[in-house]
Design a protein around this ligand. Structure first.
Ligand code: SF4
Length: 426
């Protein structure tokens, strides 16, 4: 008979400090080392992903004026980024409600978008608000996250079950969100997204755990899944989540500069309680089990298939050797690092570094080291030049979640209802 355990049994084991909790990374490493892990050997597996998630927005509410002075607000910007006022008018309350997109660009600051603002909010930096009332008054105010009564991050499409890799088969360089620099032509390079074996939905392919109400960590803050994400097709499942900005950690957030503009960074971690053998059997055993399709950059037609084992293999971290640095004026890494993690004279800010590997190609002196790998595409060796998911920090988040589960700081509870799926991909 198939083995099972209830949520209550798992929670009792956690409370009595007898639960075995491990990250997927630990699970696959133990298996690679020849260890045999059975259903009885593990109670909870933690998963995570850190990547570019265009579909995130901040939902805010805070006081800007005394009650009864103005009827309502009709326009607002935060550090020069326009937000959408409402939907509630808060008539005569002096309180503004607004939604601001992670992809929205600042009109007053260079290379500054919603993702950057969200990170700075969490860093408790001051935020400049410019708001206009419907009676034509402008209100300028500087506030921090502590002045906000409500500040939540909501995603319309998050934690997609991995993604794709891209090759540009055309004869022209192309500016695109899939490359930090213009994407070189003639099948000469590959970029990819996805944390492979570590991805939450990759380890829950039948959606037995992920559902409405399932707790998740969003950038380190405990939130939950509120429903299926937009385009939640069975082939490309994704989530809609919400979490309080208060409690998030900056290192899991920010903006990533592509050759077609800034994209917001977001990180999601999910615990998978091993409630039956089916759930256990669906935990990924190796990156080479997870397919990675190759798409043609223009038109997105599928032109090949590899696995995440071809691109991820203990090569998660990008190293920097300061002794080799000649501190060139106009350093191409300082200008081209997609997260502005590198600064001449200061080195890498590890809280910003995405381990994307762009610096390996940009640096003139070979100061940066990492194994980005190359793939075989129809007999052509195509080098990987950019990773648009940060597996190193996703492992860190999955480990933080593991420790929270062990300490009883993260709820292990059943979803309220299943996710629904849309039939057509649009
Ligand atoms: S890996 Fe290099 S280019 Fe990428 S974020 Fe880190 S320092 Fe910047």
């Amino acid at each position: 008979m198939s083995k099972t355990r209830t949520f209550e049994e798992i929670n009792n084991k956690i409370a009595s400090k007898n639960a075995v909790v491990m990250t997927v990374q630990e699970f696959i490493e133990k298996i690679a080392d020849g260890e045999k892990i059975e259903f009885d050997d593990v109670d909870v597996i933690t998963t995570a992903t850190k990547g570019l998630m265009s579909g995130i927005a901040g939902v805010f509410s805070f006081r800007l004026a005394e009650p009864r002075v103005h009827r309502k607000f009709k326009a607002v910007s935060l550090n020069g980024i326009p937000g959408y006022v409402g939907p509630c008018p808060n008539e005569f309350l002096g309180v503004i409600d607004l939604v601001l997109y992670g992809t929205a660009q600042s009109e007053t600051r260079n290379n500054y978008a919603g993702g950057t603002l969200f990170r700075e909010l969490v860093e408790e930096k001051p935020i400049e608000i410019v708001a206009k009332t419907d009676d034509g008054v402008q209100i300028d105010k500087t506030i921090t996250i502590d002045d906000m009564q409500f500040a939540r991050l909501m995603g319309t499409r998050q934690a997609i079950r991995n993604y794709s890799s891209m090759i540009n088969t055309s004869t022209e360089s192309i500016d695109t969100i899939f490359s930090a620099l213009p994407f070189a032509p003639n099948t000469s390079q590959l970029t990819f997204s996805g944390c492979g074996a570590l991805n939450p939905l990759q380890n829950d392919p039948l959606f037995e755990i992920a559902g409405v109400g399932t707790p998740v960590l969003v950038n380190g803050s405990v939130g939950h899944i509120i429903g299926p994400g937009t385009r939640n097709n069975i082939e490309k499942p994704n989530l809609m989540c919400i979490a309080d900005f208060k409690g998030m950690k900056p290192e899991y957030m920010g903006s990533f500069m592509t050759s077609f503009g800034l994209e917001p960074i977001c990180s999601i971690a999910m615990a998978i309680p091993i409630i039956n053998e089916g759930v256990f059997n669906n935990i990924v055993r190796a990156d080479k089990e997870v397919k990675l399709q190759i798409l043609d950059l223009v038109g997105r037609a599928k032109i090949g298939e590899i696995t995440y084992g071809d691109v991820w293999n203990n090569n998660f971290f990008i190293k920097f050797d300061p002794k080799k640095c000649k501190a060139h004026e106009d350093c191409p890494v300082e200008a081209g690092c997609p997260t502005k993690a590198y600064e001449v004279g200061k080195g890498i800010d590890r809280t910003k570094c995405f381990n994307c590997g762009a610096c390996l190609r940009l640096c003139l002196e070979g100061c940066f080291m990492g194994d980005l790998k190359a793939i075989d595409y129809n007999g052509i060796e195509v080098p990987v030049v950019l990773r648009q998911s940060d597996r190193f920090n996703a492992i860190k988040l999955a480990t933080e979640l593991k420790n929270m589960v062990i300490k009883g700081e993260f709820p292990i509870k059943e979803r309220i209802s299943k996710l629904s799926f849309y039939e057509f991909v649009i």
